[in-house]
Design a protein around this ligand. Structure first.
Ligand code: ZN
Length: 460
């Protein structure tokens, strides 16, 4: 007797699809196989005509801090409704500045403790990246403790007031290489972006159409090249986040070719595969995200590099903002970022599978298996027996129209508003518990847990 059987669906793995039942017991996948081979179950869920996939692992979200008004409760509800069963948020080294929430500087370890305290009532599991925001060598003393706390990935920025200079980053890469930890990079050349922004401000170019030109694709590629070169010189594992354009993807492809996928990995985000810069005329500041949404050729480049392997992962870069933070006269006064946790799987499925002919296993690799492996989550992103029963039942044929009205997070807009998609999340299980059922949250808040991650091995 097991807890649950999901009956009659089409199981999707990273390499294959086949008809099978899935048995769940004690929060783990107990068996996959023919209906005849299944044990008796307390609960049976019918999945006929539907896909049964691992839950989405989103390694790039912003929750409950200066980049997001979402709480863990609102964000994880949106995530569960969208088929995401684990996300990785950021633990910040406190700094003092315009963007900061703090009056005095703090440590990464304090940042981890603070985020874990804030993480009340989650319905899905979560992990954290540590984010370095200041050039203070004291950080080197605590990196080993950060990794021991289940946080083996460290983010650095090359732009904004929290951007680090190359000299300091070079030292961080060396330290992380010694500790077998991963560097996670936001790469945009801060000097170029700041100078262009100041120029446009002086010229009164405040219409949102000017925004993408303030952070050009070559500035992203320049910073990526510096960072990935330093990382690979030191033998430090490098993960490029939110790759948005052909130029930047080509840099990463070159270094990956030279140093192998055990050293260089990268992601793009759904919005860079779906939208081009014509959206600014349509939606104003709402799709203002950094790096910016680019050109149609960059959409194609994202799929070329997803196919070739340069881009391993598709994430959301979810930020919980509302219209109030977006409706400003000039784009530079608007918040940067947009919500996507609830819409990510349906929109990316619609674009990749329905529009561009990619397979279901491709979807599972980019959204589930790869992010789990790359970020040291061996129990996630797979339906292998013995792993966590994080499972999504997805109807690939049901169509619906995306509206912000349906958002479970705090955002009252969507950059996918009005898009009709084929494919809808029907059920989401987190460690065997049904948390979202046909558009409703059915679990108690608090089911979600912090996941201590391992140092990842990228030799796959
Ligand atoms: Zn981000």
């Amino acid at each position: 007797m097991v807890d649950t059987v999901i009956r009659g669906g089409t199981v999707v793995t990273p390499t294959d699809t086949y008809d099978a039942d899935v048995a769940i017991d004690d929060g783990e996948i107990a068996a996959i196989g023919d209906a005849d081979s299944m044990p008796e179950a307390v609960e049976v869920h019918d999945a006929s005509g539907k896909l049964v996939m691992p839950g989405v692992v989103d390694p790039h979200v912003h929750i409950d801090d200066m980049f997001s008004g979402d709480t863990y409760e609102t964000a994880t509800k949106a995530a569960a409704l969208g088929g995401t069963t684990t996300y990785i948020d950021f633990a910040w080294q406190a700094w003092v500045g315009d963007l900061s929430l703090w009056d005095e500087p703090g440590t990464l370890v304090e940042g981890i403790e603070r985020k874990r305290e804030k993480a009340e009532n989650p319905v899905i599991d979560y992990g954290l990246h540590a984010a370095i925001t200041r050039e203070d060598p004291a950080v080197f003393e605590e990196l080993a403790d950060v990794i021991d706390a289940g946080v083996p990935t460290v983010k650095m920025f090359t732009a904004y007031e929290i951007g680090l200079g190359n000299g300091f980053m070079d030292q961080v890469f060396a330290e992380l290489a010694d500790l077998d930890a991963v560097a996670v990079l936001h790469s945009e050349d801060g000097d170029v972006c700041d100078a262009k922004t100041e120029q446009f401000q002086a010229e009164g170019k405040g219409d949102p159409e000017w925004y993408p030109r303030s952070r050009p694709d070559y500035a992203e590629a320049m910073a990526a090249e510096d960072a990935v070169r330093m990382a690979t010189e030191h033998g430090c594992q490098y993960y490029g986040i939110h790759t948005s354009c052909r130029k930047s993807a080509e840099v990463l492809a070159q270094f990956r070719e030279e140093h192998g996928e055990e050293m260089v990995r990268a992601e793009t985000c759904t919005h860079y595969t779906v939208h081009d810069d014509s959206i600014f005329e349509e939606l104003g500041n709402l799709p203002m995200i950094a790096p910016p949404i680019r050109k149609p050729d960059d959409n194609d480049a994202m799929f070329e590099h997803l196919k070739a392997g340069t881009l391993d992962v598709v994430s959301t870069d979810h930020c919980g903002y509302t219209l109030a933070g977006k409706e400003t006269e000039n784009w530079w006064d608007s918040k940067f970022g947009a919500n996507a946790l609830q819409t990510n799987l349906p929109v990316f499925h619609d674009e990749a599978v329905n529009e561009r002919g990619f397979s279901y296993p491709f979807l599972v690799r980019k959204l589930c298996t790869n992010p789990a492996r790359i970020f040291g989550l061996p129990g996630k992103g797979t339906l292998d027996p013995g792993t966590d029963a994080d499972v999504v039942v997805f109807d690939p044929d049901e169509t619906y129209t995306i509206t912000a009205e349906a958002n479970a997070n705090i955002s009252d807009f969507s950059i996918y508003e009005g898009r009709e998609v084929a494919g809808r999340v029907k059920k989401t299980f987190v460690r065997g518990e049904l948390v979202a059922d046909d558009g409703d949250i059915v679990a108690e808040g608090g089911h979600g847990e912090f996941v201590e991650r391992e140092r990842p091995d990228w030799d796959f």
